[in-house]
Design a protein around this ligand. Structure first.
Ligand SMILES: [Zn+2]
Length: 452
């Protein structure tokens, strides 16, 4: 009996000891930083103390031949963090030195900006995050992520609207659908309508335009009289995500083949309305659809918007890259006509978005784009001023909302303003006075620098 008791206590002691040591082992499990999920990206990670890490930004596709300016996006998951302990993460190897506030989330759904007190720049202008987290697993990213899954989820929510059609005119190189949203009131004949083309996410990590497209489509499908009027008078064709493969891979600028699709509208030497047969499927799909709309006997496209987002100083607001300039600056009649249309569109957009949220246009845009293989170059060579083709650049910082930092609801409002600007751009009874205050602006880069 005594023997049995002894064994019993020994057994109890061993099991309690075993349980405690297991729990201790669990608590001691080392933090892990990973990128193995959609849009995830980070290069080498280094633990420099119990509570601090260096995170090196990755090249797209870990391809060291790509330019430094292509290193901007990062998106990580950190596991096994000690709750409540102040931790520090230094983002190294970025191609950009602008100050910014990254975002974090405990569930990949609800995202928050870090506070300005939690994010400093060190003497190398690297971003240093210092924060005690409330959960052991946290996701952190350069900016609000918006993946292919997010796009599909949103499409599922809106696709039942009677004037909403979801088309799949092509597939990416990795065989994901390149979605096309067509929005119009089909009961009204196309002959009196205006056709508008919009595409986004050529550069995969430029997520702000995805929120803008949500805002634009949500506005046009909200059932209001204003929306019904737009759908009666317009056909909207929207490619919400051109570079799906790059988005899934966690790239900033390129496809998994390291192609920058923005500069691959390579015109056929003899037939410039065609492209070289070897251009990637993502370019071919949009080009072919646009060409069909120009040649199907309908009204043709008259607006083609190319949506991007730009690294910049925190207070740089949304801006445009208009081309050419006024007659007074020695541009031809056709060049000045395109310029005037672009300025009119920017003015209409500024009216709806609010002056405080849009950079004034430059004094002129120049001719540099003509030699390039941007989508706008293709439009100009083939259709001159008849198609108002232009790039819009959203920004990631305070973007006119100071002291706040721009957030998804704000970016959705940008899309709503875009829809109204498109409508009013065609309303000849509206006159805009745009004071050219280009001298005061401090835009970060030229179109060529931005798009290379
Ligand atoms: Zn871009």
């Amino acid at each position: 009996m005594r023997q049995t008791k002894r064994f019993f206590f020994l057994f109890l002691f061993i099991s309690v000891f075993y349980t405690i040591s297991c729990r201790k082992d669990k608590l001691k499990e080392s933090p892990v930083i990973s990128r193995n999920f959609e849009s995830g990206s980070i290069g080498q990670t280094e633990r420099t103390s119990d509570t601090s890490w260096n995170l090196y930004l990755a090249d797209d596709n870990d391809n060291p031949a790509l330019p430094a300016s292509w290193r901007s996006w990062w998106y990580v998951r950190a596991d096994h963090l000690t709750v409540g302990q102040t931790l520090s993460f230094t983002l190294k190897n970025s191609g950009w030195t602008y100050y910014y506030l990254p975002v974090y989330s405990y569930d990949q759904t609800n995202w928050l900006r870090f506070e300005e007190t939690e994010v400093k720049q060190n003497d190398k202008l690297e971003i240093v995050i210092t924060k005690a987290f409330a959960r052991p697993t946290v996701y952190m990213a350069r900016f609000y992520p918006y993946g292919f899954t997010d796009l599909q989820r949103w499409l599922n929510r809106v696709k039942s609207h009677p004037h909403f059609q979801l088309l799949k005119p092509g597939y990416t190189q990795q065989n994901y659908p390149i979605y096309l949203i067509k929005l119009t009131d089909e009961s009204i004949n196309v002959s009196g309508k205006k056709r508008v083309l919009i595409h986004a996410r050529t550069h995969p990590a430029e997520t702000p335009p995805s929120f803008a497209i949500e805002g634009l489509v949500d506005f046009l499908t909200n059932g209001s009289a204003e929306a019904a009027d737009c759908l009666a008078r317009f056909e909207f064709y929207i490619f919400p995500m051109q570079n799906v493969d790059g988005v899934i891979a966690g790239n900033y600028r390129s496809t998994p083949q390291s192609e920058n699709l923005e500069v691959l509208w390579k015109r056929h030497p003899e037939l410039p309305f065609l492209l070289d047969p070897d251009v990637p499927a993502e370019v071919k799909t949009i080009h072919q659809y646009a060409l069909d709309l120009m040649q199907d006997g309908g009204p043709g496209l008259s607006v083609a918007l190319n949506l991007h987002a730009s690294n910049s100083m925190p207070d740089t607001r949304t801006f445009f890259f208009p081309h050419f300039g006024p007659l007074s600056a020695a541009y031809t009649t056709a060049e000045a006509a395109l310029w005037d249309k672009q300025i009119r569109f920017i003015a209409a957009f500024t009216t709806h978005a609010g002056q405080a949220l849009v950079e004034p246009p430059p004094a002129e845009g120049g001719r540099g784009f003509v030699q390039n293989a941007f989508p706008e170059s293709w439009w100009w060579i083939n259709y001159n001023e008849h198609v108002m083709a232009m790039t819009l650049e959203m920004t990631y910082g305070r973007a006119g909302y100071a002291p706040l930092w721009v957030a998804p609801p704000d970016m959705r409002l940008t899309g709503k303003a875009l829809a109204r600007a498109i409508r009013d751009y065609f309303d000849s009874s509206l006159h805009y006075n745009m004071v050219n205050t280009a001298a005061k602006t401090n835009l970060p880069i030229t179109e060529e620098e931005s798009k290379q």
